[in-house]
Design a protein around this ligand. Structure first.
Ligand code: 3H9
Length: 653
């Protein structure tokens, strides 16, 4: 097999090219190829070496598929030590994304240049890891302590221009990267630029109190994850000890993280997310329908968020509301959201204005005559949805995709009111839709393959994580939420308090406990849905008596200021003795004996409720694979990625 690393002398510059699709990850053949090439180049006619990559990106990191398996020589830290020890200057030339071990490779070079469009970063923390090839030691020596802590504990990549401002990139190249990098290498040779080892640079001055402050901050933010605390320790070692001592500390911490179940869970989610994008039985060459314009029906919180998701990806949106007043209200919420993004520094004023300009409104369905995709996002009334789909069938052009954002309804029944059931699909966004990453894509019995393929591709374009679900009440996520919520109600009756349940689940890692979630969503929503059901359909009264009583007392959740908790003006939840009393009365009435319940039992029963339903969903073929369910729960329901999702957790505990 030929090596993924090639070498060519361009005048007096030795150009080393890594060509290992799809993302030039540092698999063993790449590491070996680089080591052999850099070593051989020490004895040839070259005056300097340039490392660059073919394809869409610079090295995107270590090969994650190798993790958890025995290490194969050469190790990345050995390779990077050899690059840094080169007697000839080495220049890294970056395009695409230089991430993790890829950016560490660039740091081991003596000089770094990049296209302005390139991004650099150390995202290991998102895999439950820390940079394990000198990233925690070399970055602070170039960018200082504060910037390094920010970069490595967040894992968020920065632009090459930001990197230049921090001292991580030396030069931005305009035009062709290869040509520009070779020209710069020649300049450096001509001016006698020295071999400049990052490991030998002094760490710029820093405030010694920063480490403790940061440790406190990451302990609060990282909720039980071990990698962020280790990162702070490693950066502290970089700032206070020798490079060699720091490398030893980094290696020990990296090994501990790599062996932890947290990293195993997060690595599982990394691959699960990418696997979820693949649809079984859908040919790779399935044609994609062009989607340049989108219609959104409904200007509420959900419709507005959906409109913003498309506008943020440069796609024009027409929002439809029933009258001018509702339309203006919807558009003004969008204005406010963009204003908020500008204030928080997430978007520049001009970018926000450009996105906002892509959203227009109308009260006339005729405005949807030419759009490529329509998403209906009105409230959960099946008859209303059917009426809307009949109208869409009348006005939309042939080939337009008609999607419903329903959370529960039967997509096939909605499709059946049209004369084009093959064009109908579910696109279930999660609120707030411009922020939440999950998109459940509901494949109806008659949904055409190219409609499904188009929506999956579009999801990626609008930066969502799509997961395919079959048709059933609540699809994957909300269907599993039902037994989870019902178990929480049983636990209340049996003796746990709302705050005990929520605290137990949050300490375990859930972003929010179940009762706080119900209060946030509004208790009246479930109440109204239950009113439409027969006693049989409602199931065991023990599973809904308490929320019914709360709603009947006017306690709708956060929106009314009271629910399972009482909320202050800052929406902070406070335990309410009235709720404890009400639970006791309900328990007595339903003949449930109360007892003291341990936190472990709470976690165990709630997670088992999710997993049991997940298994049924798999058996029925509603989800394609177990890992898809994990993706739904991590990206849509605040399940901790460090536990790998409910199914991974159940299979590995
Ligand atoms: C690390 O570096 C540790 C070191 O500090 C220390 C070591 C000692 N490995 O995302 P995409 C696959 S930790 C293996 O759809 P995009 C991916 O699974 C690593 N495979 O493309 C997919 O495969 P498939 C730190 C990888 O254009 C295909 O490539 N680095 C890796 O949307 C395309 O991926 C990171 O965490 C990998 N490192 O996004 C970066 N990366 O087609 C992780 C990707 O079979 N990668 N694949 O499904 C990314 O963030 C994105 O992939 C990237 C491209 C932004 C690069």
């Amino acid at each position: 097999m030929s090596s993924p690393v090639s070498y060519r002398l361009e005048g007096s510059i030795g150009v080393i090219t890594v060509d290992y699709p799809p993302v030039n990850a540092l698999s063993q053949p790449v590491r070996k190829g680089l080591l052999d090439t850099v070593s051989a180049a020490q004895n040839d006619a070259s005056a300097a070496l340039v490392i660059l990559c073919a394809g869409r990106t610079f090295i995107a990191g270590a090969d994650i598929t190798e993790f958890g398996k025995p290490l194969k020589s050469p190790w990345l830290p050995e390779l990077l030590a050899a690059i840094e020890a080169s007697g000839k200057i080495v220049i890294a030339a970056i395009h695409g994304t230089a991430l993790g071990g890829g950016f560490e490779t660039a740091l081991s070079a003596h000089y770094r240049c990049a296209l302005a469009s390139a991004r650099i970063g150390l995202p290991e923390v998102k895999l439950g890891l820390l940079p394990g090839a000198g990233g925690t030691q070399r970055t602070p020596r170039l960018a200082g302590v504060q910037a390094s802590l920010d970069l490595i504990t967040s894992g968020t990549p920065i632009s090459a221009t930001e990197g230049k401002a921090l001292g991580l990139i030396d030069r931005i190249i305009d035009g062709d990267l290869r040509e520009g990098a070779i020209a710069w290498a020649n300049e450096l040779v001509a001016e006698g630029a020295p071999v400049r080892k990052s490991s030998e640079q002094p760490v710029p001055e820093f405030d010694p109190g920063i480490f403790d402050a940061y440790r406190t901050e990451v302990a609060r933010r990282a909720r039980g994850q071990i990698a962020p605390g280790h990162i702070v320790n490693c950066v502290e070692a970089a700032a206070t000890q020798s490079f060699e001592a720091g490398m030893a500390i980094e290696r020990a911490a990296f090994t501990e993280c790599m062996d932890s179940p947290q990293s195993a869970g997060m690595r599982h989610i990394f691959f699960a997310e990418r696997t979820a994008a693949k649809v079984e039985g859908l040919a790779k060459d399935t044609p994609i329908r062009p989607v340049a314009t989108v219609g959104v029906i409904g200007g509420g919180t959900m419709g507005g968020g959906i409109a913003m998701s498309f506008a943020n990806a440069g796609i024009a949106v027409t929002m439809i509301e029933i009258n001018d007043e509702a339309l203006q209200r919807g558009l003004s919420i969008i204005d406010r959201n963009y204003g908020g993004s500008v204030k928080r520094g997430k978007l520049s004023e001009s970018d926000a204005a450009a996105c906002r300009a892509l959203i227009s409104g109308s009260t006339d369905y005729a405005a949807l005559a030419d759009v490529d995709l329509v998403i209906e996002a009105v409230f959960e009334d099946p008859e209303l949805k059917k009426t809307i789909f009949k109208k869409l069938d009348g006005v939309c052009k042939p080939g337009a995709i008609l999607a419903t954002n329903t959370s529960y309804q039967d997509v096939d029944a909605i499709a059946a009111v049209t004369n084009r059931a093959e064009d109908v699909i579910g696109m279930h966004f999660f609120s707030p839709a411009h922020i939440m990453k999950l998109l459940e894509v509901v494949r109806g019995a008659k949904t055409a393959d190219d409609v499904l393929a188009t929506v999956m591709a579009l999801a990626k374009k609008i930066r969502k994580v799509p997961v395919v679900s079959g048709v059933c009440y609540g699809f994957i996520g909300n269907r599993m939420l039902r037994p989870y919520g019902e178990t929480a109600q049983l636990l209340l009756l049996e003796g746990a308090s709302p705050q005990q349940i929520d605290n137990a689940m949050e300490s375990w890692g859930m972003a929010m406990g179940p009762l706080r979630v119900f209060d946030l969503a509004g208790l009246d929503v479930g109440y109204k849905a239950r009113q439409a059901l027969s006693d049989d359909e409602k199931g065991d009264p023990k599973t809904y008596r308490i929320p019914d009583l709360l709603v009947e007392l006017g306690r709708m959740g956060q929106k009314s200021g009271t629910g399972f908790y009482t909320y202050d003006e800052n929406r902070r939840a406070k335990p309410d003795p009235a709720v404890d009393g009400l639970i006791e009365i309900a328990a007595e009435d339903l003949g449930v004996e109360r007892r003291s319940i341990k936190d472990e039992e709470i976690v165990d029963r709630l997670i088992s409720a999710l997993v049991d339903e997940g298994r049924k969903i798999l058996a029925e073929g509603i989800a394609q694979r177990s890992s898809d369910i994990d993706v739904v729960y991590v990206y849509g329901y605040g399940f901790p990625a460090s536990r790998g999702g409910p199914m991974f957790y159940a299979d590995n505990r």
